[in-house]
Write a protein of this length. Structure first.
Length: 415
């Protein structure tokens, strides 16, 4: 009786564990909400105390001024002298009623003057405290939000393909530190994934190219034999064409995988020179198909990889020549600088392209009105590679149907 096979082992647990240890007293955790509440509550309390003290001092001064005796008798016939009521100075009163009325008017004027002084000083104190409060609040808000700025700067550096950067935020265990630690863990996993992808591309480049190169060599040796029968010669040519197509497909896939990343090392590259080289490489094919290549190419210097940028121009010009009309076809290749950006435009005559099929042209192995590649015009990766290279350089590529047939391919790259 055969032995029962052992049950399959469970897969290993991931080393990264996003769970955090719970504190014994979660309400004691110095969260951002608690810190902001204490900070702005304390600022409001301090500002209220200072304002109350200022108003108290101003009110005491106003009461002291208001209780000052406004008049001073100078003779027995009720002649008075007053600094607060100059209109009553030197007047003589013949009855107590007249004196009381004058006193009432003078006291009202002095009380109103004290209130006006209190209001004006209180407004000045409030204005000064407002300026101080806004300045202090701006400084405190910048201090509280400084970790967010650090996270943003790190994310921007990571966007430039520097996955080795980490935030490593210090400070209390609050929401910002939790966000920073989570972001660092995500960057670590992304770095491992990209390193794995780069190793895979390097290994695939060697493992896929070597057998194809061997097959091509063997076929070329067999085809060079003059004594080979015609059937074998025809079969060899067919296999050689198939092998060449496989090599193009592998090269395109590897280039597509490499071009999805940001360009780390950048050098000045003139799009006019790149486009001219692409035109020179396609000129013989254009002459054979009867397609005229024209257009003015003005200098447009960008920072990037010259080989990849030349691949953009070459793919666009090749497509423009191959997918053209049978007679009187033309392709226009122009470069220029518009609004501080370098622009490469490739326009061609050709079949009518519906607007709803434009996006499908940039998908791998997709062509106009076909799902898979099936002709000798290419392997269906040209526009996909062009879009990936443009994105890696921080630019974009847009396709628009041309009136009368054909396409207008517009590549925009930052200088």
């Amino acid at each position: 009786m055969a032995a029962t096979p052992p049950p399959p082992t469970a897969p290993p647990k991931p080393t990264w564990d996003p769970r955090h240890t719970e504190l014994p007293f979660p309400w004691l955790r110095p969260t951002i909400r608690i810190r902001l509440t204490l900070l702005y509550g304390g600022m409001f309390l301090i500002a209220g105390i200072v304002l109350l003290a200022i108003i108290y001092l101003l009110a005491a001064q106003a009461v002291r001024d208001g209780n000052e005796l406004p008049i001073h008798p100078v003779s027995g016939d009720f002649s008075i002298e007053s600094n607060n009521c100059p209109a009553l100075a030197g007047r003589k009163f013949t009855s107590p009623e007249a004196f009381n009325n004058a006193m009432r008017v003078c006291m009202d004027n002095q009380r109103q003057k004290a209130l006006d002084d209190l209001l004006s000083r209180a407004l000045l104190a409030l204005l000064g405290l407002s300026v101080i409060a806004f300045a202090f609040g701006y400084a405190m808000a910048g201090r509280v939000l400084s970790p967010l700025g650090r996270i943003t700067r790190t994310a921007r550096q990571v966007a430039g393909s520097d996955l080795s950067r980490r935030i490593e935020l210090d400070g209390p265990d609050d929401e910002l530190k939790e966000l920073s630690d989570t972001f660092d863990e995500m960057l670590e996993r992304l770095e491992r994934a990209f390193n794995t992808q780069q190793r895979f591309v390097a290994n695939a480049s060697h493992e896929l190219r070597t057998p194809l190169a061997i097959n091509r060599t063997l076929l070329e040796v067999q085809l060079s034999d003059p004594g080979a029968p015609p059937e074998l010669q025809q079969l060899g040519k067919t296999l050689l064409a198939t092998n060449e197509r496989s090599e193009q497909l592998v090269e395109g896939l590897l280039l597509l995988a490499r071009s999805d990343n940001q360009i780390v090392e950048r050098k000045p590259v003139d799009l006019a020179e790149v486009a001219s080289r692409a035109v020179d490489q396609v000129r013989i094919e254009a002459v054979e198909k009867g397609v005229e290549i024209r257009g003015e190419r003005e200098p447009a210097v960008v920072q990037g990889n010259g080989v990849l940028l030349e691949r953009i121009a070459l793919n666009l010009v090749q497509n423009a020549v191959r997918y053209n009309v049978a007679e009187d076809g033309w392709t226009e290749v122009t470069t220029a600088v518009e609004h501080g950006q370098a622009v490469l435009v490739v326009t061609n005559t050709g079949p009518m392209v519906p607007a709803y099929e434009i996006d499908n042209l940039f998908e791998p192995f997709r062509r106009l009105r076909t799902e898979r590649t099936g002709s000798d015009k290419g392997v269906g990766l040209g526009l996909s590679i062009a879009r990936s290279v443009a994105r890696a350089h921080g630019g974009r590529i847009i396709a628009e149907p041309r009136e009368g047939g054909g396409l207008v391919m517009r590549v925009t790259l930052p200088q």
